[in-house]
Design a protein around this ligand. Structure first.
Ligand code: AG3
Length: 274
């Protein structure tokens, strides 16, 4: 007998994977959490029935969330990650020597706990002395931060459940306040096939607050449609005008200096959304 997991990505469409083992299946204080071993993509974290990360393709998302804004900022020292309890974005952030402190604010301590156990190569750097882990509500953390961060990364779940308020305009206003005067932020903003309205809405909200707003994409096979978007809001530095000598050597599997710029070249139906 074999067991298969399906994420219903829409009412009528899904992705299905063969599961070898279920390590965890529990209702946390905030969401349903499953940690499984898949045949094709290694261990996989699922929240509320949605694929969050897998050992095989996690590098794409985590590198693209971290390196695009961090190379856009000339000297990022203080960094905040909202969500991201699996630790993948933090691992990438620490590859930047200018970063003195990276704060992770994850609402669900269970995500951190089980990621350390079952996704060690993703969560391993959460113990690094440059990292401060807070199990707390990211929305509240943003609301109480002023002029503190150079770069903020929003590594959230989908706009349902605990993360819904992380897609609202008031949240982006809070982010602007929490950033220093030349700060920059990035948020994962879902996919253009099934959630085009979300991309348009976020882009329009962010561009009312930040003088520079940009959208870029990456290919993530286990996420809905595989074509994922990220929205950047920046007060001063334009991700499309990074001087070539700023790209220092860094070990990556997806991000390259060429891709940093190429990722902003959008298919027509995607650029029509913004
Ligand atoms: N956060 C964004 C995952 C969204 C995936 N959506 C879905 N499967 N419907 C990923 C967290 C990784 N650190």
């Amino acid at each position: 007998m074999s067991i298969w997991f399906t994420e219903k990505q829409t009412e009528n469409f899904g992705i299905t994977m063969k599961i070898n083992k279920t390590y965890v299946s529990e209702q946390t204080e905030f969401q349903k959490l499953d940690m499984v071993e898949t045949e094709e993509f290694g261990n996989m974290l699922i929240l509320d029935g949605m694929v969050m990360t897998t050992q095989k393709d996690e590098f794409v998302y985590h590198e693209m969330v971290a390196h695009v804004p961090l190379f856009t900022h000339p000297n990022p020292k203080n960094v905040l990650v909202v969500g991201g309890g699996d630790g993948g974005v933090i691992r990438e952030v620490l590859k930047h020597p200018s970063v003195e402190k990276a704060v992770l604010v994850e609402i669900d301590g269970k995500v951190i706990e089980y990621s350390k156990q079952y996704l060690p190569e993703i969560a391993g750097d959460l113990e690094n002395p440059r990292v401060e882990v807070k199990v707390d509500d990211g929305f509240m953390h943003i609301a109480t931060s002023n002029n503190e961060y150079d770069v903020i990364m929003v590594d959230s779940t989908e706009p349902v459940g605990p993360a819904a308020k992380l897609f609202e305009k008031g949240f982006y206003e809070g982010i602007s306040k929490a950033l220093k005067e030349d700060g920059i932020f990035v948020a994962q903003t879902d996919n253009p096939w099934f959630t085009p309205e979300l991309i348009s809405q976020v882009f329009s909200d962010v561009s009312e607050i930040f003088p520079i707003t940009r959208l870029y994409t990456a290919n993530i096979p286990t996420y809905p449609s595989g074509l994922w978007t990220f929205t950047i809001g920046s007060k001063k530095h334009d991700p499309l005008e990074v001087p070539a000598d700023r790209f220092h050597d860094i070990e990556t599997k997806y991000w390259t200096p060429q891709l940093h710029t190429a990722a902003f070249a959008l298919p027509k139906f995607v650029s029509d959304l913004i």
